[in-house]
Structure formats: structure tokens, C-alpha cells
Design a protein around this ligand. Structure first.
Ligand code: UDP
Length: 333
């Protein structure tokens, strides 16, 4: 029988691509998303790709009755929990909003999983758990520094909370996936990164600048890096989506394990090099200006992702250039 996988936040950027990857892998996505930072366009985009009607419920993951009703309606074999607020910058301005939503929805999810006897969880964590690391690349054993933002704190606390839950529930399995910087889009152009309102992440802003809708601000020109701009490990969202399938397969084979995995390319690009690479691959100009450093940003971080390769059998197949091309292909539509 086809396994049902509950994807919370499944209409969001990473969730939607993961729904496609799950479908391709013969698993059935059941999507819950309150559309707080996305729209039904993404749900229809997934349906266009998979050529099938999706199970979708516009529920809020902080609402226990709504989440519980999903477990009552469908036999759920595993959960991928994406639903969370994700803007580093906004979290600095509104920390309580982040704490309440990101921790509240996780608590509801763990309670509902327990009531329904579901023992397999893949959790959306983030490289922000490392704070500003002393050394790069970071491995899963690199100690956590103080998170540079309240968003990062919610991911540190979320991981702690799941680790404790695993200790108390001896058959529970969890993969904590520490994403580096997801960019790109499905190559069909049907789904991509489409936040509501003013975006916060680099690529949606680069796309808007390429369309002449804004001048991109580069946050900080005097970091201690080769060109003075921040260094990040950018990963194609389809590579990331496929990592969720691999993680799910891994948790299904466990009996009482909780482990973290870094998901990145293991290489860095600076903000400036992303802009230059985008311009040359896509043949468009990005108007930009220099701006102050953004509060909550770390200077540089990149992944050692060999644990995911060794244990999950997953590695990236797509380059930064592939991601920049796919991102623009989606945005220009
Ligand atoms: N960034 C920038 N201008 C923008 C948005 C982002 O210079 O308008 C930089 C940001 O300072 C960071 C990088 O782009 O160095 C990636 O930022 P993003 O918000 O995409 O991800 P983060 O690493 O903060 O999670």
C-alpha cells in the first residue's frame, strides 16, 4: 500500500518541491498549509507537475483540533514538519511571534503523533542552529553557538524538544535536517519560491531586481571574506527535496533513533558572486546598491554534508548555476 506522508507547510517553498519528490518516489503527500506565506498557486503548480489531484487542507498547525482531524481522516505513516515562520530578519523584529508559532506547531504535532501512534518524523531544521561557527565547514558535531536570531533559537529549541521526545518515546524516530541556503525551483517552472509580501531571502529579491521591480540591497561590504560579502552554502531546492525522501526512508528503517544531518553542497558562494553568476547565466542585469549589515546575519557558514551521504545515501546533484537558472525560469513566468 502507498504510504501517506503528512507534509505540514507543504505549499511552501521547500514543502512543495518535497511533495513532488515524494510523489516521484511512490509516496503519497497529504498537505496541510495555512497559506500564511504562500498561495493556492503552489498547490496547483504541484498538481500540474504530478498530474494528479492533491490532498490539501488549509489548516493551521498550531490548532490541535485541525491537526488531530488529519490523523483521524488518514492513516499517516510519517510526518515531514515544515510549517514555521522562516525569516531571520523578521524574527529579530518580532521574536515572540516566532517563538509562539514555531514552538507551538511543533508541540501540537508531537502530541498528535503520539495520540495516533505515529513514530516517524522528519524535521525542518536549519544551519542557523550553529550560530556563527568558529570553523568551517561545520559537521553535525560542531557545537551550537548562541543563535544569531530568534528564528535560529526556535530551530535550536525545536531540535532539543524532539531529542527529549525521542528519549521518552523509545520507538520514535526523527531526522533533523539542517538546511543551508535553499534556492532554485522545479525545472518545469510550475513551482518555486513565492513568498507573500516583501521577500526576505536573497533569491526572490534578486529575481525582483532582475525584473526591474527593485534595486537589490547587498547587506554588508566589509565582512572578513574575499569580496567582503557574506558566504553561504546554497543548495538547489530539488536536491533538498530528494534529501527528505532519503531521510524518510531512513527513519522508516529505524527503531528509536534521532539524528541530525547537514544538507548543503559543501561549498560557498558570496552574495556578490551569486549576483554576478545570475547575471551571466540568465543574461539579465541586477541593479544593486551597498547597504548596512543586516542584524541576525552570520559572516560565513558552509556544510560538511558527508554524514548525509554516508547514512542517507544522498548527495547534491545540481550546481549553484543550475539553481540560479531554474530560479529565474520560474520567476520570469
Ligand atoms: N542578502 C542581501 N540582500 C538581501 C537579502 C539577503 O545581501 O536583500 C544576503 C544576506 O545578508 C545573506 C545572504 O544574502 O548574507 C543570504 O540571505 P538569506 O536571507 O537568503 O538567507 P540566510 O542566510 O539569512 O538564511
Amino acid at each position: 500500500m502507498e504510504k501517506n506522508i503528512l507534509i505540514t507547510g507543504g505549499a511552501g517553498f521547500i514543502g512543495s518541491h518535497t511533495a513532488v519528490a515524494l510523489h516521484q518516489a511512490g509516496l503519497k503527500p497529504i498537505i496541510v498549509d495555512n497559506l500564511s506565506n504562500t498561495s493556492m498557486e503552489m498547490v496547483h503548480g504541484i498538481e500540474n507537475i504530478i498530474q494528479e489531484k492533491l490532498v490539501f487542507h488549509p489548516y493551521d498547525c498550531c490548532n490541535k483540533e485541525q491537526v488531530k482531524s488529519i490523523f483521524e481522516q488518514y492513516p499517516i505513516h510519517g510526518v515531514i514538519h515544515f510549517a514555521a515562520f522562516k525569516s531571520v530578519a523578521e524574527s529579530v523584529l518580532e521574536p515572540q511571534k516566532y517563538m509562539k508559532n514555531n514552538m507551538g506547531s511543533l508541540e501540537v504535532m508531537l502530541e498528535c503523533m503520539k495520540d495516533a501512534g505515529v513514530n516517524n518524523l522528519v524535521f525542518s531544521s536549519s544551519a542557523t542552529v550553529y550560530g556563527e561557527p568558529d570553523d568551517n565547514p561545520v559537521t553535525e558535531d560542531t557545537p551550537f553557538k548562541k543563535a544569531a536570531s530568534p528564528y535560529g533559537e526556535t530551530k535550536q529549541l525545536g531540535e532539543d524538544c524532539i531529542q527529549s521526545y525521542c528519549t521518552e518515546n523509545i520507538h520514535f524516530n526523527a531526522a533533523l535536517l539542517r538546511y543551508f541556503n535553499p534556492i532554485g525551483a522545479h525545472p518545469s517552472g510550475n513551482i518555486g519560491e513565492l513568498p507573500l509580501g516583501i521577500p526576505n531571502n536573497l533569491l526572490p529579491l534578486v529575481n525582483q531586481a532582475a525584473k526591474g521591480e527593485r534595486v537589490l540591497k547587498i547587506f554588508g561590504k566589509d565582512y572578513n571574506t574575499p569580496d567582503g560579502t557574506c558566504l553561504r552554502d546554497y543548495i538547489h531546492v530539488m536536491d533538498l527535496a530528494e534529501a527528505h525522501v532519503a531521510a524518510l526512508r531512513w527513519v522508516f528503517g529505524q527503531n528509536g533513533t534521532c539524528q541530525a544531518f547537514n544538507l548543503g553542497q559543501g561549498k560557498v558562494d558570496s552574495v556578490l558572486s551569486i549576483i554576478q553568476n545570475f547575471e551571466s547565466i540568465n543574461g539579465v542585469a541586477i541593479p544593486y546598491e551597498w547597504s548596512e549589515r543586516r542584524p541576525g546575519d552570520v559572516e560565513q557558514i558552509w556544510a560538511n554534508a558527508s554524514k548525509a551521504k554516508n547514512i542517507l545515501g544522498w548527495e547534491t546533484k545540481r550546481s549553484t548555476s543550475d539553481a540560479l537558472r531554474d530560479s529565474w525560469n520560474f520567476a520570469k513566468k
